[in-house]
Design a protein around this ligand. Structure first.
Ligand code: UDP
Ligand code: MG
Length: 317
């Protein structure tokens, strides 16, 4: 069985690594083509996520060198890695492919796993998810925040395996389902898990970034995590409601105690300090809860406007 494979790469300011990444991936494609697992018109699709360096010029050069094997598009501005990935997935579905693999421009993920992904696809998997063997290459901060994020998502009912990554294969069937989802803030890791297609998992080793630096910072990671939570779980809203009920019950019991003290034991209820602490605690809790509700409101606000997810500037076929 031979399939047409597309490889998509989101690129943001990747001038230092892109050429060598594409050269390596072309070799990987040639190798899998030679083994007759994929067709010779398999290709690479690069999404330039509004880079400010010479990334797009490099993509054009690569297109001139490799012809139709290198396709791509350039966003009008930076929209973030998730949107670049979505654009890649939807574009290759329009161009045509049987399956698509997404991989980072810095090639931190092991490119040799692509062949294993294709084998799994031929065995019947619609989604093949890459799972990192470890997080040795991540900073201390990223490692622990990522672990907390996956733990929290699991508690909230979104059972994504930890050390999941956006290195995955998706079949044409998965892409067709994706094209029906019009959510602006789609969180791909949650989405591919939720649709329930047959998934297999492949472990891979992560290499350190060869050149350049990570394109994520504290704010983009926080925003990605908050979006992931609010797009996939309403459990935080239910927790707020539960907190409300528990507080009400607690204050009812407290009231009973105060009445008993006054009428049964004839002692005056004291507790100025308790009052101040309770006021400050519940004031803080209320603002925190409002913040959570605000996150969901923001999510609704973004979705209701139904703006285009991204705007393409140029496209190369
Ligand atoms: N990326 C992107 N847009 C952004 C940030 C990142 O397209 O706004 C791409 C980036 O070029 C790379 C991939 O997303 O191909 C993963 O980024 P990076 O390697 O910096 O992330 P890390 O490995 O640190 O998680
Ligand atoms: Mg990286």
């Amino acid at each position: 069985m031979k399939s047409r494979l597309a490889i998509i790469i989101p690129c943001y300011n990747e001038e230092l690594v892109l050429k060598s990444t594409v050269d390596t991936l072309i070799k990987v494609l040639d190798d899998i083509i030679a083994k007759e697992k994929i067709t010779s018109d398999s290709y690479i699709y690069l999404v330039d996520d509004g880079s400010k360096d010479s990334t797009w010029n490099i993509i054009e050069d690569l297109h001139n060198t490799y012809g139709e094997r290198i396709k791509g598009t350039k966003f009008i501005r930076n929209y973030g890695n998730q949107k670049a990935l979505i654009a890649g997935l939807l574009s290759v579905n329009e161009i045509g492919c049987d399956c698509v693999v997404s991989i980072d421009a810095d090639l931190q993920q092991d490119e040799n796993a692509i062949e294993v992904f294709v084998d799994e696809f031929h065995k019947g998997a619609d989604i093949v998810s890459g799972i990192r063997n470890d997080r040795k290459t991540d900073s201390f901060f990223k490692k622990y925040t990522a672990l907390c994020f996956y733990k929290l998502m699991n508690i909230l009912g979104v059972k994504i395996p930890p050390n999941h990554s956006d290195f995955r294969l998706v079949s044409k069937r998965g892409l067709d389902i994706l094209s029906k989802y019009e959510e602006e803030g789609l969180f791909l890791r949650g989405f591919f898990h939720e649709i329930g297609l047959k998934t297999s998992y492949v472990h891979f080793n992560v290499k350190p970034r060869a050149l350049g630096s990570s394109k994520f910072n504290f704010f983009s990671l926080t925003s990605l995590a908050l979006n992931g939570i609010t797009a996939f779980s309403i459990v935080p809203l239910r927790i707020i409601a539960a907190c409300g009920v528990i507080t009400m019950l607690g204050s009812f019991l407290l009231a009973l105690e105060v009445i008993a003290e006054k009428y049964l034991f004839h002692s005056t209820p004291s507790g100025f300090a308790t009052l101040v602490i309770l006021l400050a605690f519940f004031g803080g809790l209320q603002i925190f809860c409002l913040g959570i509700i605000g996150e969901y409101l923001g999510q609704i606000f973004n979705e209701v406007k139904a703006r285009p997810r991204y705007i393409k500037d140029i496209e190369l076929f």
